[in-house]
Design a protein. Structure first.
Length: 137
């Protein structure tokens, strides 16, 4: 038998009503926390998926604020720009996969895959453009 400790520090194994109430409260609290953590984990996974493909989420607006705030935002953006080649590689790979898929997919799906390829390619060009702007400045 597993001996668990209640809130009062006594063992639940003795079966007293106080300890059984403590056990029920702890199980209910743990179930609620597990459900909340599961929802939070799925939200975190969703955010990770977005940050895996979208590099511009953490960039700051460098055109507003005082001169010091603009300089700090530009410095922050230049630091983040060092990660852009990884995003460029990801979107290039996605573009290649979608271009290949548009050639081998059925005729009914070819327009949708072609549009997806076009969007991925535009994203690749956009990331390359932003990266080159930060490299040159």
């Amino acid at each position: 038998m597993i001996r668990a400790q209640g809130v009062s520090g006594k063992s639940w194994a003795d079966g007293s009503p106080e300890n059984l109430c403590d056990a029920a409260q702890a199980l209910t609290r743990n179930a609620v926390l597990a459900h909340w953590n599961c929802g939070r984990a799925s939200a975190m996974i969703g955010a990770m998926k977005i940050s895996y493909l979208w590099p511009f989420r953490d960039y700051r607006n460098a055109s507003t604020g005082s001169a010091l705030e603009r300089a700090a935002a530009l410095r922050h953006n230049k630091t983040l720009a060092k990660q852009l080649p990884a995003y460029l590689n990801r979107w290039s790979a996605i573009s290649c996969v979608l271009l290949t898929a548009s050639e081998v997919c059925p005729a009914a799906l070819a327009p949708a895959v072609g549009v997806a390829f076009t969007l991925a390619f535009v994203m690749t060009v956009h990331i390359a453009h932003v990266w080159l702007l930060f490299i040159r400045s």
